[in-house]
Design a protein around this ligand. Structure first.
Ligand SMILES: [Zn+2]
Length: 353
């Protein structure tokens, strides 16, 4: 109880269960009143008393304020935890430092609102209007902004870890970066991600983010979104036992779906090393310039590199055996593929797209 008025909470908890006093109405009454918003006779007076209650530190936790119109208000540091604000209209309201965690804000109008440092964790903002809202340092972790309109909103340092973002209108959004999706206080291991419980919708959401990042010229962030998008696609293919899963998984492993050149270098090194071990265990090479029969492991690594890069000096060659020759041929084939993949990945990562 941050406001020191626990008895208010009790009143509100009783209030929320009351049906509207209008006999023909099936809606619940709004908190601190006997009627629903529609049947509130003196709306101006109701809004005044509500505003006063909240501003004097009264807890609005679990309040029912469906469809109320409370535009242009000062509601700084108010407690509206788990409240029901469905379709309420708060246009131009200042909610700075308020607690709206777990609130039901479906279809709510928050256009032009100041939501600086507002706690919106686990809130439901489906189809809400957040146009031009200022969300500096706000916490949207695990919130649902499906089909919400956040055009021209400012998301500077707004935390959006595990946010459900689907069909969300992102046009003109300011200060949105990959960092927005990081987990609190995890530094470089911050696991930036959105809600991925629905694989297909997550895939589409990452695609939306990728498009947004491309349009705002952020290649690296677009690369992250693209990697996540492809990861979702892979998960979907695996879930459906689609045969396209294997090449997809392989591309992910070898190159991070064409987004991670470092992976290509690492997997190339691994392939060269594995081939060296196979050649060595089969004792499959021979020298063309000396009669030395024993080769060191370094010779095998050298032979593997020369084969992988399709360089083929010819100082060390496979023994005259079709199996050994095919083995070397397969490495040369993979090597040519990996070199092409490396160039592709590198240009994709560092070009402007
Ligand atoms: Zn009513």
């Amino acid at each position: 109880m941050h406001n020191g008025l626990p008895q208010n909470t009790k009143i509100s908890l009783v209030d929320q269960e009351l049906p509207c006093k209008n006999p023909s109405c099936k809606n619940k009454a709004v908190s601190l009143s006997a009627f629903c918003w529609e049947h509130t006779a003196d709306k101006i007076r109701y809004v005044e008393s509500l505003r006063k209650f909240l501003n004097e530190g009264g807890s609005g936790e679990r309040f029912i304020l469906r469809k109320i119109v409370l535009r242009n208000s000062e509601l700084i540091r108010t407690d509206l935890k788990n409240s029901d604000l469905t379709q309420a209209d708060f246009k131009d309201t200042n909610f700075s430092y308020s607690d709206l965690s777990g609130a039901n804000l479906i279809g709510c109008n928050l256009e032009d609102c100041d939501l600086t440092s507002v706690n919106l964790e686990n809130s439901d903002l489906t189809r809400a209007v957040l146009k031009k809202a200022r969300l500096w340092h706000a916490d949207l972790s695990r919130a649902n902004i499906t089909e919400a309109d956040i055009t021209e909103a400012d998301l500077w340092k707004c935390r959006m870890h595990l946010v459900r973002l689907w069909h969300t209108e992102l046009k003109g959004v300011k200060s949105l970066t990959k960092q927005n999706f990081a987990k609190k206080g995890y530094g470089p291991l911050s696991q930036e991600k959105i809600d991925e419980s629905g694989v297909l919708s997550a895939e589409e959401s990452y695609r939306t983010l990728k498009q947004y990042f491309i349009e705002s010229g952020r290649g690296r962030e677009a690369s992250w979104a693209s990697f996540k998008e492809k990861t979702m696609e892979k998960l979907w293919l695996r879930k459906n036992k689609n045969p396209a899963y294997l090449p997809m998984a392989l591309m992910g492993l070898l190159s991070g779906y064409g987004e991670k050149p470092n992976r290509v270098i690492l997997s190339s090194a691994a392939i060269i090393f594995i081939y060296s071990i196979i050649y060595h265990s089969l004792n499959s090479i021979t020298s063309t310039y000396s009669a030395v029969k024993a080769h060191s492991f370094w010779d095998y690594i050298y032979y593997s590199i020369v084969t992988f890069t399709t360089l083929g000096y010819g100082d060390l060659i496979p023994k005259a055996n079709i199996g050994y020759r095919l083995l070397a041929g397969s490495e040369a084939f993979i090597g040519a593929f990996m070199i092409g993949l490396f160039v592709f990945t590198l240009s994709r990562k560092y070009s402007a797209r």
